[in-house]
Design a protein around this ligand. Structure first.
Ligand SMILES: [Zn+2]
Length: 147
């Protein structure tokens, strides 16, 4: 499936993340959407236009790298254009995907198999989940099926 066929923002709880490769902003090897190392995945889809509020939220999540690592989680920021702030992410991987200009910002959380556990659409108010709440979900998903 090509990346352009994916509409990540429309995925619902219990659906699987599409099996697709994304091109990272860093120019490194492609990022696979489906987890390959049984990691929980948090995806931020910022607004397609440059948005200071999405940037602030993205940097806030990026600062939680230690918690993400502790619970075997990764953070992907999938944007419509390589805005400057994507280059400043230290932990999160940033990738570009064709998105409609009007598409809403969203946060998705998928379990270690790639099944969607949570979705939030931002709306006008940037109603993203509170970052500590995301960490609670990571703990839950990280301890759900002990190996
Ligand atoms: Zn925004």
């Amino acid at each position: 499936m090509s990346v352009t066929e994916i509409s990540l923002g429309n995925l619902r709880v219990a659906q699987m993340l599409p099996d697709a490769d994304l091109t990272p902003v860093s120019g490194d090897s492609p990022v696979q959407l489906r987890p390959v190392r049984s990691e929980t995945t948090v995806i931020l889809l910022p607004h397609a236009f440059e948005c200071a509020e999405c940037e602030r939220y993205g940097m806030e999540l990026d600062a939680l790298a230690a918690e993400f690592r502790e619970w075997d989680a990764r953070l992907l920021v999938i944007a419509a254009a390589p805005d400057g702030w994507l280059q400043r992410l230290s932990f999160a991987k940033a990738a570009i995907q064709e998105r409609e200009a009007a598409s809403e910002a969203a946060v998705l959380v998928a379990d270690r198999y790639g099944q969607v556990f949570h979705t939030s659409r931002s709306g006008k108010e940037h109603a993203f989940p509170f970052p500590p709440e995301i960490v609670e979900w990571l703990k839950y998903l990280g301890t759900l099926c002990p190996e």
